[in-house]
Design a binder for this molecule. Structure first.
Ligand SMILES: NC(=O)c1ccc[n+]([C@@H]2O[C@H](COP(=O)([O-])OP(=O)(O)OC[C@H]3O[C@@H](n4cnc5c(N)ncnc54)[C@H](OP(=O)(O)O)[C@@H]3O)[C@@H](O)[C@H]2O)c1
Length: 251
């Protein structure tokens, strides 16, 4: 019997990358899993592959989150695990940050994350686990990441306050800060193949473990934080980054 047997888990952005790997992991641990995403086709394909429930809901559309919550409530009653994972990375140098990049990044990564948690609260069980997917970039100054990094720093701040306010209900709220993870997010940045390759090589050299992480590396931590084994952990952040946050100065 898996450690998540009998628990219901909702994963936003579960049709790809870290969300997809986490859906597979939580299901393997015995949880009933619901994934969401913005494209009906991608959500359905992933749900079919994973053997989980798929529901289309764009996190920038508050009415869509309301409808998602209503559907989950009707079908499952309550939720034990909420993985607030949906996000985008739209790199832009300072001086060239467009209003569109700003709005899209903040609307999906921060506003979408906040209102996902806010709107699920009424159907979260007392003692539920909420996990927000942030980034080590919240604490670094990587070129071209200013708005993305700010969106994740804002998320980490929200997680800290939420953890104290939700503690009376026993709801644990934690954040995961991954380093570079090999997912389709980079192909959606608009960078051409050569730039993507150069970026990947440069990043990999900076990681003490000399590789990108795999989505499954994050899924293990998600499963742990979602489980009763993490019952005393709230308001915490976990870097899972191959050591990149250490900044060894000399290599
Ligand atoms: N990969 C990394 O190196 C890395 C590092 C640190 C943090 N992260 C964070 O990890 C999370 C997952 O990213 P990933 O790397 O797994 O990328 P990914 O493979 O692109 O997955 C992102 C997921 O979020 C969904 N999504 C995007 N905008 C959405 C919206 N408005 N409403 C609902 N779903 C939406 C995507 O759907 P579509 O298929 O429609 O795009 C996709 O399912 C993100 O929050 C990201 O910022 C990633």
């Amino acid at each position: 019997m898996g450690t998540l047997q009998g628990k219901t888990a909702v994963i936003t952005g579960g049709n790809s990358g870290i969300g997809y790997a986490s859906a597979a992991k939580l299901k393997a641990q015995g949880a009933e899993v619901i994934i969401t995403g913005r494209s009906p086709e991608r959500v359905q394909n992933a749900a079919d592959e994973l053997g989980v429930k798929g529901i289309v809901a764009d996190v920038t559309d508050l009415a869509a989150i309301d409808a998602l919550v209503e559907q989950v409530k009707a079908d499952y009653g309550t939720v034990d695990i909420l993985f607030v994972n949906a996000g985008v990375f739209l790199p832009a140098p300072i001086g060239q940050v467009s209003e569109e990049v700003y709005n899209q990044t903040m609307d999906i990564n921060f506003k979408g994350a906040v209102f996902t948690t806010e709107k699920f609260l009424p159907i979260l069980k007392d003692g539920a686990a909420v996990i927000h997917l942030s980034s080590v970039l919240a604490y670094t100054g990587m070129p071209n990441s200013s708005i993305y990094a700010a969106s994740k720093a804002a998320m980490n701040s929200y997680v800290r306050t939420a953890s104290t306010e939700l503690a009376p209900r026993g709801i644990r709220v934690n954040a995961i800060n991954p380093g570079p993870i090999s997912t389709p997010i980079y192909n959606k940045t608009g960078m051409d193949e050569d730039s993507l390759h150069g970026f990947a090589q440069a990043i990999q050299q900076r990681v003490p473990l000399k590789r990108f992480g795999e989505p499954g590396d994050i899924a293990h931590l998600v499963a742990f934080l979602a489980s009763d084994e993490a019952a005393f952990i709230t308001g915490s952040e976990y870097n899972i980054d191959g050591g990149v946050n250490v900044n060894p100065l000399l290599s």
